[in-house]
Ligand binder design. Sequence first.
Ligand code: WT7
Length: 660
Amino acid sequence: MNDDAGIESVLREDRVFPPPAGFSESVGGAWIASMADYESRYRRSIDDPESFWGEAAREYRWMKPFTTVLEWNCPDARWFADGTLNLCDNCVDRHVDEGHGDDTAIIWEGEPVGADGPEVLRLSYRDLQRETAKFGNALKALGVGKGDIVTIYMGMVPEVAIAMLACARIGAAHSVIFGGFSASAIVDRVNDADSKVILTCDGAWRRGSVVPLKANVDEACAKLPDVEHVVMLERCGNDVELTEGRDHDWATLVSTQSEDCPCEEMAAEDLLFLLYTSGSTGKPKGIVHTTAGYLVHAALTAKNTFNLRPGRDHVYWCTADVGWITGHSYILYGILPNRVPCLMYEGAPNAPDEARFWDIVERHRVTHFYTAPTAIRAFMKWGDAHPAKHDLSSLKVLGTVGEPINPEAWIWYHEVIGGERCPIVDTWWQTETGGHMITPQPAATPTVPGSCTLPALGIDAAIVDDDGNELPNGRGGLLVIRKPWPSMLRGIHGDRDRYVETYWSRVEGMYTAGDAANRDDRGYFWIMGRIDDVINVSGHRLGTMEVESALVSHPDVVEAAVVGFPHEIKGTGIAAFVTLASGVEAHDELKSTLRAHTGHEIGAIAKPDMIRFTNALPKTRSGKIMRRLLRDIAAGRDSDQDTTTLEDLSVLAKLRDDED
Ligand code: WT7
């Protein structure tokens, strides 16, 4: 296990926060009104899952209704398999047809702040219908059809939402790559998905500077002979090169398209998207999500976890990038079906200053705010003066996701941002699960800082030993899901064996999440950390092997071992222990070079926070790297005191041999 610290302390937390008085009224009525309500519905959902999920699925618009709910042949699930529908139809067209075409679907705010304030755009469902139809036709004009996989590498502009929905509209799948990833990361993912079309922007605004997205795509395309089309949206006006015959200007391409593009009829189990995430090997895995089941759980959890209600002046804002699953499920696909306006912000939380988020909350009267613990810790550090300058009284529900939240950050969020008035939903889930798995219900669940509390409706989460026996409360073990759920991954693209091996081989018949967890006396879940070689840096999942491969691809490096260490803001920082090629001298400049090299190989999020040169990596007699020893060393040192001296860790290794 990566991190076994804190197991003792978490179970000692005894502050309990019942849902604030008046909360239900303030959101226009609660979907899950009390613990008794939650418990009886949860029981029913587990005892009779087919009737529970069947009913949930009938809330959406089907082209042909399903007659079977689940076909389960572990580890293969088919949900609502004989039904047909379209996800874009459920996010967009349905609302237009039901008389809500002029309601606001997306409120977008750009990062740059001019003399008249920031640029703000409002898109109604009718606007989205028109734009997804035109862009759908543009994709068709490039030869994209049902089943093709379109790669999207864009900033947080309205067009990225339009592009994703347009793919769903015409039955193409998308693979969104976070704009922070590098050209080599694009190459791997485009090859794996066999994408022929890439959608991008000239650049993306990030804290006043431009991330050169198009230049990264160009660099990638030099190694991607099969890419036929690149469509580029002009956003930043930075210098770009257009390659004749391959590249298309977004606006020009769209301008001639018809507004008539009916939503394609899709089978429930048709591929909706791939989303790459890190695992314990160096190669990222393309997580497969399909149409109906994903919609059902993403939309149902969005509704319950945030208590979203249309027509009640809700303004929901999730600060994630659409390049992550949080953006897929809780900016677009789970939120739009609930017909609540969704805010999308383009840039950084500290542009032009550290009060930007609170300025946005005030100006747009944001009611629901969903962010990551790493951001909350940064806000705390920046100081209370920033939120204090703004009126945050519109806020009603606060959410957190991506990593365990430390109780200090939780309390700060509750007091300073929520004014002690807003329930906090700490949502545990994963790219693979598609939607929330363990989370409080805001009007029902008493919350405890640091715990994600109890399973969502229909989710059979448990803590077990390797034989699948459920452990008593207070005993840490493997976090598993014992029953299939609609938005579960259907596989890893092109790698059946890895799918079975990673998720279904550790405990017979159960989905292994890769996290260790514990339950307290109340039965509340506490996430303790990953059990594989995955680290969670600022809420982003990274495989230590990916970073190691990036480091050893540098000619000066012979061997590298990467571990996580506690980091004040990031939660986990990246420490790299590196042995150098003979004749290469260890010096600070080489550290900067290696950091830059890792950034170039993967992306800025993978740059080590600490690099230590060593003569040899400490290994056990059987040749395994002693990661626990390295974690201890990394945790005991401040990165500032980081020395360049080559050290001999083999001595320490001898003292600790066989321990790892
Ligand atoms: C891993 C999944 C799901 C959206 C963002 C991350 C960790 C996620 C929590 C939470 C403690 C959490 C787990 C999980 N994680 N949410 N509320 N409390 N840990 O998605 O990149 O697929 O990472 O993030 O370790 O396995 P992801």
